[in-house]
Write a protein that binds this ligand. Structure first.
Ligand SMILES: [Zn+2]
Ligand SMILES: [Zn+2]
Length: 303
């Protein structure tokens, strides 16, 4: 089998997997990308729920789901969408074992407040110099993994190029780290960082809400994506300094006038934590709305 993946490597593609037709494996991911970027996100998520249903219930009957899955398999060949070489299943977010092994989970020691990991042996709780200078409105921030390499690529393509098939991969990373930690504590409510309505209309989904929903489900907590709203379409933060970021988002969020909290302990969810400016601005509004405590969980952390 010199020209392409063999039938053992692609067990589900036996009928297509003729040794002299490897072209499909190179063309199809591109076609899928092209197509996925043109169908509405809502439809994609609905189709995805049929295949990528490890976190979402499906009401489909089994034979119908199987038929649809076979059809979708034509569009989404089970090839890793990061390296394009190894096999990777939809439930894995199309990320192969090799690419997965490059993910770096954040481990202690880290700052008790912002969660920034530090080198060396520290056994007592400490706050980093950064946090001592800032007025942060959350009690703690934690992230599952570092925003580098394969994670950064998956997050960027998921958000900006509608590579929605990476979602199970990112959700998996998130829940692996967040669930054990959060299950040891008592929390009442999960709230995603909102997007501005214009941006959400353009992107067709709020990535923070996509990560907050499976977390809320797994913890059996209510999810409230309506509590906060983004009232200013903020400039993209990527090129700003820390002070500029804080100023940029200070008045960007508000709570809905008719919503009030009564001391609830809130888990605030976002995709990437960078300086904490965005999440701190949200936490400030949540505290003012009556939240007892706010902790932050994000999938990835820029370092
Ligand atoms: Zn790979
Ligand atoms: Zn810190």
């Amino acid at each position: 089998m010199p020209n392409g993946p063999g039938p053992d490597a692609f067990g589900t593609f036996d009928f297509l997997n003729k040794p002299n037709t490897p072209l499909y494996y190179h063309a199809a991911p591109r076609f899928a990308t092209f197509l996925a970027q043109r169908i509405p996100a809502a439809l994609h998520f609905r189709l995805g729920a049929l295949r990528l249903n490890s976190y979402g219930p499906t009401t489909m009957t089994v034979p119908l789901a199987r038929t649809l899955q076979a059809g979708l398999a034509l569009l989404y060949p089970e090839v890793c969408q990061l390296c394009g070489e190894q096999r990777a299943a939809p439930a894995e977010g199309f990320v192969c074992v090799h690419c997965w092994s490059q993910v770096r989970f954040i481990k202690p020691p880290f700052c008790a407040r912002c969660g920034v990991p530090v080198a060396g042996e520290i056994n007592t709780a400490f706050e980093c110099t950064n946090c001592r200078d800032l007025e942060l409105h959350f009690c703690s921030a934690r992230s599952a993994v570092t925003a580098r390499g394969v994670v950064l690529e998956a997050v960027h393509r998921y958000k900006y190029s509608r590579a929605l098939w990476f979602e199970p991969f990112l959700v998996d990373l998130f829940l692996r780290a967040a669930l054990p930690a959060l299950r040891e504590e008592t929390w009442d409510l999960v709230v995603p960082v909102p997007l501005h309505p214009l941006k959400e209309r353009e992107r067709e989904f709020n990535q923070a809400e996509r990560f907050a929903a499976p977390l809320a489900r797994a913890l059996a907590l209510p999810l409230n994506p309506q509590l906060l709203r983004r009232v200013q379409p903020t400039r993209t933060q990527t090129l700003l300094t820390k002070a500029q970021r804080a100023a940029n988002v200070r008045r960007a969020f508000a709570r809905r006038a008719d919503r009030r909290l009564q001391g609830e302990r809130v888990i605030l969810v976002d995709d990437v934590f960078t300086t904490g400016a965005t999440t701190s601005a949200c936490a400030r509004v949540l505290r003012a709305a009556g939240a007892g405590e706010v902790c932050v969980w994000t999938v990835a952390r820029g370092l």
